[in-house]
Ligand binder design. Structure first.
Ligand code: MLT
Ligand code: ZN
Length: 464
């Protein structure tokens, strides 16, 4: 436990007022969007410079204090939860874009830059930051890197990893590493940048990141298609993917749609009720491309895969169709969902989905199950909603039992138990379903190199 004298010392390392100890702040900054864990940090510290981050890490080493990095706190695996008296290091005051280089097409970001801010600045410069998801208005670049955030455009642009040109990190020893110097080509040994991406702050803290930008897409156009059943979604993907350069291919179930519709402020896509829906997006660069999309759509109807569909004709319609998908997570969050974020290679999705769906139907007959996700990437979000009258702990315990069967299936398919949300505390005990024991030993050995005293987000990814 951190002593009052140690906290006084911590205060001297940052600007006045930048250590908070009040109950409200501890409660707010001690958790992310995960609902399973009660926040219990000792203090929240807000560095403003890289040197201050280094000083905090050295202080933590000296006193053996555990640190938890905190960004937009939109995580869903409790990687940013401080449940054990840790000191939370918030990057809220390191939130500037320091430079945009139009020749290199890069933006130098402090870790607390909000994703949407980067997207907007890129747009102002005629460029594009393509990593996007519903929480882009709150999530921060440092957190995105910590979890290697994915989202809705991965099918075309890949994960956050693909967009990190260079990075400055403070390791668990307090050293500052400048990784890759934003180079496109650099064959000088280990690319340690990659180790810190997706490491959930367990090796060190990202204190600056140069993010790559892309050309802006032209005339993005979305289609929402109602499919006859779950099995029809992948044939629809293959029909479109072969002929159009898709920027997104998402799916959601009727139950997911019903939750979004219940908000009352999003137009329904069409009247036909369908069990599942696909949302796809492409650049309609010419009229021919738009006509081709309609042709493929008609073919999918003829095949019996698609029952109805709609294509956006302008920006507003594009945005409204995206709301059908992007609002799902938020609209079900008050139902305390038990969230699964699983993936397999795209070729295995059909068989995998059938198996998981059968398990879910058998084991959750009395729970509401909501499917959605980035099916074009092989990433499925399976959300089990808590019945109102069931106690939260009992609900999570029942879900954990079924989880075992779900994860055994993931393992058989060589899939991932966490495609994009991260391991954190939530998936930690299931890591062996996706990583071999020897691999985990190497991961632990790496942690010991960068964080010998085990102060960087301990207990996340694997138990201490
Ligand atoms: C999404 O795809 O909507 C996000 O990953 C959040 C979620 O899974 O709820
Ligand atoms: Zn997602």
């Amino acid at each position: 436990m951190t002593s009052p004298a140690q906290i006084e010392e911590l205060k001297t390392l940052v600007e006045p007022g930048k250590v908070l100890l009040d109950a409200d702040s501890l409660n707010t900054y001690g958790k992310d969007w995960t609902k399973q864990f009660a926040p219990a940090p000792t203090a929240i510290v807000f560095p403003k410079t890289i040197e201050q981050v280094q000083a905090i890490v050295r202080w933590a080493n000296q006193h053996k204090v555990a640190l938890v990095p905190s960004g937009g706190r939109t995580g869903l695996s409790a990687a940013a939860v401080a449940a054990n008296g840790e000191v939370v290091v918030s990057f809220d005051y390191m939130n500037q874009i320091l430079d945009v280089n139009l020749t290199d097409r890069t933006a130098v970001c402090q870790p607390g830059v909000v994703t949407e801010h980067l997207q907007n600045v890129a747009e102002e410069k005629g460029l594009y930051y393509p990593v996007d998801f519903a929480s882009a208005g709150s999530s921060q670049i440092g957190g995105n890197i910590g979890t290697n955030a994915g989202g809705i455009k991965v099918i075309r642009y890949g994960m956050t990893r693909n967009w990190v040109a260079g990075m400055k990190v403070v390791t668990g020893k307090g050293d500052l590493l400048e990784l890759n110097h934003d180079l496109i080509k650099n064959a000088t040994g280990y690319d340690m940048r990659q180790l810190f991406i997706g490491a959930e702050g367990t090796l060190g803290f990202v204190v600056e990141a140069t993010m790559r930008l892309d050309r802006a897409p032209k005339n993005l156009t979305a289609m929402v298609l109602g499919t006859a059943d779950l099995d029809s979604i992948m044939p629809v993907l293959h029909a479109f993917h072969g002929k159009l350069d898709l920027t997104a291919f998402e799916f959601f179930s009727d139950k997911a749609l019903a939750n979004v519709m219940a908000r009352g402020d999003v137009p329904s896509p069409f009247d036909t009720e369908c069990p599942f829906y696909a949302l796809l997006e492409f650049e309609a660069t010419t009229e021919e491309v738009a006509n081709l999309a309609l042709e493929i759509f008609e073919n999918c109807v003829e095949q019996g895969w698609v029952l109805d569909g709609v294509m956006s004709q302008n920006q507003t319609q594009l945005q409204n169709l995206w709301k059908l998908r992007e609002y799902i997570s938020e609209t079900i969050s008050h139902r305390t969902p038990y969230k699964n974020d699983i993936s397999v290679t795209v070729s295995k999705v059909t068989a995998f989905l059938q198996e998981i769906d059968a398990i879910v139907a058998e084991d959750y007959p009395d729970f509401e199950v909501v499917w959605y996700g980035h099916i074009g990437d092989g990433n499925l979000h399976l959300n089990i909603l808590k019945p109102e009258d069931l106690d939260k702990d009992e609900f999570f315990a029942r879900c954990a039992t079924v989880n075992k069967r779900v994860f055994e299936t993931v393992e058989q398919y060589n899939g991932s138990i966490s495609a994009e949300h991260g391991v954190g505390l939530v998936k930690r005990d299931y890591l062996t379903y996706s990583r071999s024991p020897v691999e985990i030993e190497y991961m632990k050995a790496l942690k010991a190199v960068f964080d010998p005293n085990g102060i960087m987000n301990p207990g996340k990814i694997f138990a201490v």
